[in-house]
Design a protein around this ligand. Structure first.
Ligand SMILES: C=C(O[C@@H]1C=C(C(=O)O)C=C[C@H]1O)C(=O)O
Length: 391
């Protein structure tokens, strides 16, 4: 990173995070706390964002020469990228860091939240029929859960996620309108540091088990699953194809490897390359790749139409990207998954799964329930879940 401020303890920055007043992004390479807004870009044409951000950074003072923010899933939905008044840079939160934190305010109480399981099962079954009929080859279908949580404060949850999900990209981003986007994504869309670009797409998943033998069995089964490897290949090939025009010496693993989060196993591919044009920023790479088949599908146009037909809610910032980009073009953008939004309309938690020809609706329901579990566990004991497929 080429940020102007000296490195301080990332745990301190997470403790100083105040939703509504600041945004925070913690990755394996460091923690950023963005306070106030000197300027912002909220354009709804994502292809224009890199130029707008570059112009904003060129005019910025030396103290905050980086933008921090989030870009939604839909290509025409307004982004929120802020040039902060004060940008503080710190170390990465250490694994299991004891971040001083109050217990997360209970968002739910009693019992599992009622979910429109039948609606999701039907949507997956319909997608499998569409795939077999040749309409598209992969689509990612998500569920959204709405929870009542008056006065909810995301800050303790963000701190708990940063302490508990090492290797992840933890964020609490003020997205405007009194809304905070927060979560801990395991998936790196793309990062640029100097001449090098790296992406680490994930696709193909299995819920983890608390029993070590069963957990190891599930990991091995995932690694050898033909259906999951097929599902993964769409993503790894699309990301490699997306980076190729910008890079030389692109290295694409022939075989995926396992990535673990506290709740899930994933198949992942770490793709690296050397950038040919030094003016191509991390944000430009990210907007060129987004949305990958990890959150949309293949081919992208038909998958988008299927998502619009089969998901009864607006994805908003879910399945978009979240991160930062500095004046030198360096930056990190994570795929906005394992996340929630908190605002005047309550809490919304999101999770999706890739559907291919061999997908079983009940297995996808189990997978999305496990993925929702990342955020539900961090949110604390259950209360009034309003649920909904149309959250
Ligand atoms: C869409 C999500 O996750 C994505 C889908 C995956 C899959 O289908 O196996 C795995 C990781 C992510 O790329 C989500 O968590 O909401």
């Amino acid at each position: 990173m080429t940020l102007a401020c000296p490195a301080i303890d990332g745990v301190e920055l997470l403790s100083a995070y105040r939703p509504g007043l600041s945004s925070v992004f913690a990755s394996p390479s460091g923690t950023l706390l963005a306070e106030g807004a000197e300027a912002e870009v909220s354009g709804g044409v994502h292809g224009m964002l890199p130029d707008q951000v570059e112009a904003m950074l060129t005019g910025a003072g030396p103290g905050a020469r980086a933008v921090v923010g989030a870009i939604p899933f839909a290509p025409d939905a307004p982004a929120r990228l802020v040039l902060p008044r004060l940008l503080r840079r710190g170390t990465a939160p250490p694994a299991g860091a004891a971040v001083p934190t109050a217990r997360p305010a209970p968002a739910r109480a009693g019992g599992a939240p009622p979910c429109d399981d039948d609606g999701y099962l039907e949507a997956v079954a319909r997608a499998v029929r569409d795939i077999r009929a040749g309409r598209y080859t992969k689509v990612v279908l998500a569920r959204a859960l709405r929870l009542a949580a008056p006065g909810f404060d995301p800050a303790p949850v963000v701190r708990a996620l940063a302490a508990g999900a090492s290797g992840s990209y933890t964020f609490g981003i003020d997205v405007g309108g009194g809304q905070t986007l927060f979560g801990a994504s395991p998936e790196l869309l793309v990062a640029r540091r100097g001449r090098y670009a790296v992406a680490h797409p994930l696709a193909g998943s299995a819920p983890r088990s608390t029993d070590p033998a069963e957990d190891a069995h599930r990991a091995a089964a995932l690694l050898s699953s033909a259906k999951d490897r097929h599902e993964h290949a769409f993503v790894s090939e699309a990301v490699a194809d997306g980076l190729r025009p910008f890079c030389r010496a692109l290295r694409v693993p022939v075989e995926p490897t396992l990535t673990a989060t506290p709740t899930m196993w994933h198949l992942g591919s770490r793709i690296t390359g050397e950038i040919t044009d030094p003016d191509v920023s991390a944000l430009r790479l990210a907007t060129a790749l987004h949305p990958t088949p990890a959150v949309c599908g293949s081919p992208p146009g038909a998958a988008r139409r299927a998502i619009a037909e089969l998901e009864p809610f607006d994805r908003g910032f879910y399945a978009g990207m979240v991160g930062w980009c500095d004046a030198a073009g360096d930056g990190e953008w994570a795929v906005t998954i394992r996340c929630a939004t908190a605002g005047p309309e309550g809490l919304r938690v999101y999770a999706g799964a890739g559907i291919v020809t061999g997908s079983d609706p009940h297995a996808e329901l189990t997978e999305t329930t496990a993925k929702l579990g990342t955020m539900l566990a961090a949110l604390g004991p259950a209360d009034r879940a309003l649920t909904t497929r149309g959250a």
